[in-house]
Design a protein around this ligand. Structure first.
Ligand code: CO
Length: 138
């Protein structure tokens, strides 16, 4: 069921500094910041040859990242994202094995694809995002 590692998401307290580090020091291809208002985050995609890094920064009053950065003031790894071919089949498979997803319904994620999150308790202490892989014919 599980496919490619789509991205590793890193919460950063200083987005411009993180951009400069990945772009100017590490020489990565870094895209322009994207405000995802409904998710309460600003995201910056760092394109690597085999996967992506997403730099995350809080956006707005009720960002889910605010508390994370209070607990991790220097930033930290926020989640990993794996691709699945069919998000609803994946949710069903997880339910069969007693693993609940955090959202009752898939939401549209940063790449325009449906996503759900799994509780870190069930996943070795790491927040895991599942993203339906983009279909080849769209
Ligand atoms: Co993500």
């Amino acid at each position: 069921m599980i496919g490619r590692l789509n991205h590793v998401a890193i919460a950063v307290p200083d987005l411009n500094q993180a951009i400069a580090t990945y772009r100017d020091v590490l020489g990565a291809r870094v895209e322009a910041p994207l405000d995802l208002v409904e998710h309460g985050v600003t995201v910056v995609f760092v394109r690597l040859p085999n996967t992506n890094v997403e730099l995350l920064h809080p956006l707005g009053e009720n960002s889910p990242l605010t508390r994370f950065l209070q607990r991790n003031p220097g930033g930290g790894m926020h989640h990993v994202c794996y691709e699945v071919p069919d998000i609803r089949a994946a949710i069903e498979q997880l339910r069969t094995h007693g693993l609940a997803v955090l959202d009752p319904e898939p939401k549209i994620g940063a790449h325009g694809q449906p996503v759900v999150f799994l509780h870190p308790k069930a996943m070795g202490g790491v927040l895991v995002e599942l993203e339906q892989q983009a279909s080849l014919d769209s």
